[in-house]
Structures are given as C-alpha cells and as structure tokens.
Design a protein around this ligand. Structure first.
Ligand code: URP
Ligand code: ZN
Ligand code: ZN
Length: 567
C-alpha cells in the first residue's frame, strides 16, 4: 500500500517536473497556466502524503537531524514548512540588489517585492541587515569517486549535507566511465546519487574515443541531461587521453552543443617529473609539487585552447591553479575565443608551503593536481577573478582522509590527489573577495552561483531569486563570523585544509527547494530528497557559433575550381 502510494506520488511529482521542463523549453517558466498546474499537482501529492502516510505518534519527525548519517530512521521524512516569507533582507541577484521580501511556496519563488503580506500559516524569517542570495552552485565536485585505488570519503549524502551547511544548494559532479563505458558510468552515478539531499547535475568524463563512445556521448546529451564532457590531459596510465582523442572529443562536443572541459596539465611531462623526483630520493608530498610545475599547466592550457580554437568550439578549463594558466586564458579571451576559466577555493586562498610541512599527514592533505602553487599565484587568481578573466569558483571537492592519504607514505605518487572545499567555498569566497573589498556583493552572487547556472544552461531556474526560480536561497549575515575546523564541519573527512580559518560573513540559513535545511547551526536533511537536474545542450556559449563557422568556410576560397586540360 505504502509502496503504491509512494510510486503514485513520485509519478505525479515527475509529471509536474516534466511540465516544468516543457515550460522552460518554450521559455515560459513564468507562465501562469503552468504555475496553476504545478500547484494543483503538488497539492494532490501533498494531500496524498497526508492520507497515505499519516505521521503517527511513534513516527514523530524530529525538528532537526543533527547527525548526517543517513541510517537514522527518525531523520525527517517531511522536514519543513512549504510556505516561507523572508522579510526585510537585501535580495541580491547578479544583475541587481534591493531591499525586499521573498515569498516561497512549494519550492518555488512566488514573489519578490516590498511588504509582502501573508497568512498565519507561513513561516517568517527576519533577514533585516542580512543578504538574501541564490544558494551556491559548485561546478566541480567528486563525491563517492573511485580514484587512485580508493574512494572519496564523502558520498552524495554526506558531501551534500556539508554543502548545505555551507550555503551551497546544487553541485555538478563528474561521472567517471566504467572501463571506458559512459553508460555504465552514468548508471553507477545515478545509483550513488540515490541518497542525495540536494539538487545535483552531472558532467561526464571521456577516457577513450571510438564509435561506441561517440554514440554514448550523443545519448548522454539527448536523453540523460548531460551537457558537458571532461577530458583529462594528465593522470598518465589512468584517466589521461592524448591529443588525438582530445580533438575527436572536441569535435563531438561541438556537434552536440556540449561544453568541452579539460584538466590541463602535460601528463607525460608530469610523469617524467615524478620519476625525476623519486630518482633524487624525494619521496614526500613536496615531490608532488616539484614534479609538476606551473609551466606544465601553462603548456596544456595553451594547447587545449589552441585545439579548441582549431575546432571552433567553446572550452572550459577546470581548476586553474597558476598565474601561468590564467595568462593563457586571458590571451585567448583577448583574441575573442570563448574560454572559461574556473579557479577553485584552494588555489585562491592557499599556498604550497604546506607540502613542505614536516608532519606527513599535514603535508599530504594539501596534495592535489594541479598542485597548490607558491605564494603570489593566489593573489593573481583573485585579481583575475575580480576582473572577469576567470568567471566562476568551484571547489574540486575530492576528500580523502588521513588513512587514505597514508597510502603514499613512502611514495608521493600513491597519495590520493584531492582536497576538500564544498562546505567552505561560500564563506571563503565571501571573506577573501567581498569582505576584503575586491568585488561587489552582486559579483559574489555571479561567481558563486549565477555564472555556473548560465554556463550549464539552467538559468534562471537556478542561480537567481526571481519569480519562478527554484527556492534555493541563503541568508548571509555580513556582521557574523565563522571559523573552520574539522571538529565541527559536516564532511566525513578527518582533516580540513582550511583548519583554523576565521573570517566574517556567515551563512545563517540555507533553503533548499523551499525547505529550511540549515538554521541556527543545525542541519535538517533527508536522503533521497535531492533531484537530478537535467541540463540542455547549446547554452549561450554556442550562440552565434554557426555564423563564425560560416564566415570561416567562406574565407577559405576553396575548393579551387581548376581547369581540366584534355589529353
Ligand atoms: O587532485 C585532484 N584535482 N583530484 C580530483 C581529480 C581531478 O583532477 O579533478
Ligand atoms: Zn582535474
Ligand atoms: Zn576535479
């Protein structure tokens, strides 16, 4: 009986979501008819849930679930009121900010404006003196990722719970193919993501290229809602591809309207550098940094940019860690090429001195690829971000605990690469970029949320507080302070690369699709409540590309018609 009810409810919900997708198709997200349909359907689901799942005395749901283990059967089935008024805050979008109220119903922003009047059944949150902003969208994470003989310690529940506690309400994770198969990889990630407690999307890595992969790429875009593919130019012998595959992949991406992404490091030179260090007797974490200097990142970044230019397709460079790589991006942009550079929090606020720390566990936790660079690169990346040379901030959240990092105690090549950040990004970017006066609050929204939504074609459903947008919202108090420590963070990680960081600007409330999931320092999250967000191809990065192609073809003056001379 319960299973049948759940299936019926799920069907109604998915029907209502697909109605919504049709609406966004026709660019009529705000259409009145649709809103009425949705509200009607959601009310039916709501009624069904009360008739079919009455909350009995023994089943009482606790106000907050502070434990982020998803085995807790008492941890919220139905977690917070569906009608919320956020009163008197400064509502910030990437294009504009104003003091206004925000009214949310059934997970959607219903109105934004002054003095909104509501009935008594509405939960009111006072945001006077605070910023009301779109929840963060992290474009770069690795939850439950099998990598370097182990698996990242945060799964789709613990990683997302951590994200919500830090003000991020959506992330895009990288699906890793299984033995080169995109389909098997996609299925395995759908399975991993069943325990999600916030919305998520997928990028897909491509580790080989043939007819089958080419067809699978098509399927991912046309059926499965993936609009970006990542190519690893490093990790020789594992995920790395060569230039031939990269060019084939770029061409395929272009034909599908999907964004090509690269991990840009020269993997052959990095492997040679690693051997050189080991031959010199340098086996500790500092050897990692020494084996793959910024020049290798610059070379691969420049190469990927030029190959994308030869194909005339947009390119997204993930985890830009050095001023060198950033300069390549700046050059390309200056010449009019469509290139996006994504710095990550670790690159913006840390330096490589930690890798020389005498304690292995401390040093190893900072090991990632490309490496965190020397002092100076951080400031150069911050400046590039404030000028728009780099456009959005990710985390590359790829957490391995001390025991996992110890796999490389005798050989840095075996230390699993990756650092944390999904919970810390919103606070650290605020502290480093806004609190310091480097960027405006509207630009903060842009680089932490809106730009990601635009690039991956889910704006304005995500990345904005507009009528009709998903109610993914944070309330940030600029006068409150935060402190980062592994003792209190929500990730399963036993360390934190930002340990001890104190700063100003605290996310006091996180609302995920209309549910208050983080408030007064407590999390209220529910496994299975997160939705997979499908992303359509041919986002704005592709606008006008056909004209550039046509201009290129007409500039060729070829094939030349030649006279044939009769014998
Ligand atoms: O060290 C890193 N970055 N680990 C995650 C995998 C990747 O390269 O993005
Ligand atoms: Zn990478
Ligand atoms: Zn990554």
């Amino acid at each position: 009986m319960e299973a049948a009810a759940a299936a019926a409810a799920a069907e109604l919900l998915s029907f209502s979501f697909s109605l919504r997708e049709i609406a966004s198709d026709r660019k009529s997200l705000l259409s009145q008819t649709l809103k009425i349909n949705r509200l009607l359907l959601i009310s039916i689901v709501f009624l069904l849930s009360f008739t079919l799942f009455p909350i009995s005395q023994s089943q009482q749901i606790p106000e907050f679930c502070s434990d982020v283990s998803y085995g807790d059967p008492n941890c919220g089935l139905h977690v917070s009121p569906l009608k919320i008024l956020i009163k008197g805050g400064t509502v910030v979008n990437a294009h504009h900010q104003e003091v206004a109220d925000v009214y949310i119903e059934d997970g959607i922003v219903v109105s934004v404006g002054p003095n909104i009047k509501v009935t008594d059944d509405v939960t009111v949150l006072d945001a006077t003196g605070k910023y009301v902003m779109p929840g963060g969208i992290d474009p770069h994470t690795h939850l439950a990722m099998k990598f370097m003989g182990t698996e990242t310690i945060d799964d789709f529940f613990s990683g997302q719970a951590a994200a919500l506690a830090g003000g991020t309400t959506m992330h895009i994770d990288f699906v890793i193919p299984v033995n080169g198969s995109l389909t098997a990889g996609y299925e395995s990630y759908l399975n991993k993501a069943k325990i999600s407690c916030m919305d998520y999307g997928f990028h897909m890595a491509v580790t080989k290229f043939d007819e089958v992969v080419s067809k699978e790429m098509e399927l991912m875009v046309k059926e499965n809602g993936i609009n970006s593919f990542k190519f690893f130019m490093a990790y020789k012998g594992d995920l790395m591809i060569n230039d031939e595959i990269l060019v084939q992949g770029l061409e395929k991406c272009k034909s599908l309207g999907a964004l090509a992404m690269v991990h840009a490091e020269n993997g052959d030179a990095a492997a040679a550098g690693q051997k050189r260090m080991i031959d010199l007797g340098i086996t500790g974490p500092e050897g990692h940094s020494l084996s793959r200097p910024p020049e290798l990142e610059r070379e691969a970044t420049g190469r990927a940019i030029r190959l994308a230019s030869s194909v005339n397709t947009p390119l997204y460079i993930v985890h830009v860690m050095s001023a060198d790589a950033m300069e390549e991006i700046a050059e390309a942009k200056k010449s009019g090429q469509r290139v996006i550079g994504e710095p990550i929090v670790a690159g913006l606020v840390l330096d490589d001195s930690w890798l020389w720390h005498p304690d292995f566990t401390t040093a190893a936790k900072y090991l990632m690829s490309p490496p965190i660079r020397k002092v100076g690169h951080d400031k150069a990346l911050q400046a590039a971000l404030s000028m728009g040379i780099l456009q959005l901030v990710g985390t590359d959240h790829c957490p391995f605990n001390s025991k996992q990092k110890a796999l490389g105690i005798d050989d840095f090549r075996k230390i699993p690469n990756g650092v944390n950040g999904i919970e810390e990004r919103m606070h650290l970017v605020w502290d480093t970029m806004v609190e310091s006066g480097r960027i405006s609050v509207t630009d903060y929204v842009k680089i932490t949320s809106t730009e990601c939504a635009r690039i991956f074609n889910i704006y304005p459903r995500k990345g904005a507080i507009l009528v009709g947008s998903d109610a993914d919202i944070i309330i940030l108090n600029p006068n409150s302070s935060f402190e980062i420590t592994a003792k209190t963070h929500h990730s399963r990680l036993d360390t934190n690369v930002y340990e001890g960081w104190k700063g100003k600007g605290k996310v006091e409330v996180t609302i995920s699709r209309g549910r208050i999931v983080w408030k007064d320092g407590e999390l209220k999250v529910e496994p299975g409540s997160g939705r997979y967000i499908k992303m359509r191809p041919f986002g704005f990065m592709f606008d006008g590309m056909d004209k550039v192609d046509a201009a290129y073809l007409s500039s060729l003056r070829a094939p030349v018609k030649r006279f044939t001379v009769d014998a």
